[in-house]
Design a protein around this ligand. Structure first.
Ligand code: PLP
Length: 418
């Protein structure tokens, strides 16, 4: 074990990672005959037994379509679905369950805001500010709006450490700024923009704020009222929950002012061929049959997280990040991207002379799952003049030994490529 590793181990607080790992059945499987080392939770996290069982139990004994049924099973399903909404509300500190809209994921939530709030309230020449760190999900919906409404998209630059440039942001704000849409943590580099200052300055300029919490909510407790953001989005599958479910939080007065996103069942109060009256939020934005079991599964994922000491989880992840940063920096030819101090547990790097895909393939044969490429964040790759990186993104179930396995795997790559 390296000196850095010993130090990192000493700093790990009381958090029983082995007990947590036992709750995730997939973590005891193998890849290419080797023990699985899963370092791709930023793309999609693994699921605990509690989540898997919650979903199968819905289908075994509680499943029916919601809201419309007079029979008992439908009422059970409706109650469980709405209870999941309340769990989300409390988990992110929203004021009311009606501020929680279930979507397919973070992507759909941002598209929803662009296509409803954006189309209704923004005119040609109005400005939207994003950062250079954004995932494509927080870029392309605004570009679609630009094509439709003629808005102007402005981009906050980052410095060579990947840090969000607050000064430049202040200069970009103008009386035409209507929306500031910024990630809570970059999926490609892990960097966390200074959300509190971003929000305060946006509001002072008369703009509203959307926070892309896809990578933020998974690492740290979120309180949307304390953050004072106007919209907050995230995906269930990155929060150890099922796929196909995500969340749009919106302040009541904004959601109430927004037109529907899609039309169909469940989003109306009454329909005739002459006129349709829309339901209030959140139903207005949940047309059609939603992913019922997945919403309930997300509620189970939240229960699971609430059962852990989240401060200890965060400290554990910070120890993983510190250890990975030290261990990788010690490998000849490794260049880390995103070295600014305020980071989520993600390391993104290149190895001189070796294509990220080759690194990913060799690591895979060691049982180590990492992501390679542009991570759906091409503009930040362009900023650093690279086509892509290797990314290890840590979840609460990762261990310092797994970080060591990654470092050993990279040493092997180094040996192979000389
Ligand atoms: N925003 C960020 C920061 C992400 O990391 C991702 C997914 O990687 C998304 C948005 C999109 O999430 P989804 O594909 O679950 O909608």
């Amino acid at each position: 074990m390296t000196g850095a590793s010993t130090a990192a181990r000493r700093n790990v607080p009381a958090f029983d990672v082995e007990a947590v790992r036992r709750e995730f059945p997939i973590l005891s499987t193998t890849a290419h005959g080797k023990k699985l080392v899963f370092l791709d939770s930023g793309a999609s996290a693994q699921k605990s037994r509690a989540v898997i069982e919650a979903i199968s139990s819905v289908y075994e004994s509680r499943y029916a379509n919601i809201h419309r049924g007079v029979y008992q099973l439908s009422q059970f399903a409706t109650e469980a679905y709405e209870a999941a909404r309340v769990k989300v509300q409390r988990f992110i500190g929203a004021g009311s369950p009606s501020e929680i809209v279930f979507t397919k994921g973070a992507t759909e939530a941002i598209n929803l805001v662009a296509a409803t709030y954006g189309v209704k309230f923004l005119k040609a020449g109005d400005e939207i500010i994003v950062s250079a760190l954004e995932h494509h999900a927080n870029i392309v919906p605004w570009q679609l709006l630009r094509e439709r409404n003629g808005i102007v998209l402005k981009v906050v630059p980052v410095d060579d450490t990947g840090a969000f440039q607050l000064d430049a942001y202040e200069r970009l704000l103008s009386p035409r700024t209507r929306i500031v849409a910024v990630t809570q943590a970059s999926n490609a580099l892990g960097i966390k923009p200074p959300i509190a200052a971003v929000t305060r300055l946006a509001h002072a300029a008369g703009a509203i704020v959307l926070i892309d919490g896809a990578q933020g909510v998974v690492h740290e407790p979120v309180d949307v009222r304390a953050m004072d953001c106007d919209f907050y989005v995230f995906s269930g599958h990155k929060l150890y929950g099922p796929g196909g479910i995500g969340v749009l939080y919106g302040k009541t007065k904004l959601l109430e002012a927004m037109p529907p996103y899609q039309g169909g069942g469940d989003m109306i109060l009454s329909v005739s061929f002459e006129a349709t009256e829309f339901a209030p939020p959140p139903a207005r934005f949940e047309a059609g049959t939603p992913p019922i079991a997945d919403a309930i599964g997300l509620g189970a994922a939240i229960d699971f997280l609430n059962g852990l000491d989240r401060a200890a989880v965060l400290a554990h992840e910070e120890a993983l990040l510190a250890h990975a940063t030290a261990a990788l920096s010690a490998i000849k030819g490794v260049r880390l991207y995103g070295t600014a101090p305020d980071k989520a547990a993600i390391v993104s790097f290149t190895l001189a002379g070796v294509h990220p895909h080759d690194i990913g393939t060799i690591l895979d044969h060691e049982g180590i799952a990492v992501r390679v490429g542009h991570h759906c964040a091409q503009p930040i790759m362009d900023r650093f003049g690279i086509p892509g990186t290797v990314r290890a993104s840590f979840g609460l179930y990762n261990t310092l030994d797994e970080v060591d396995a990654l470092a050993r795997g990279l040493a092997k790559v180094r040996e192979i490529f000389g």
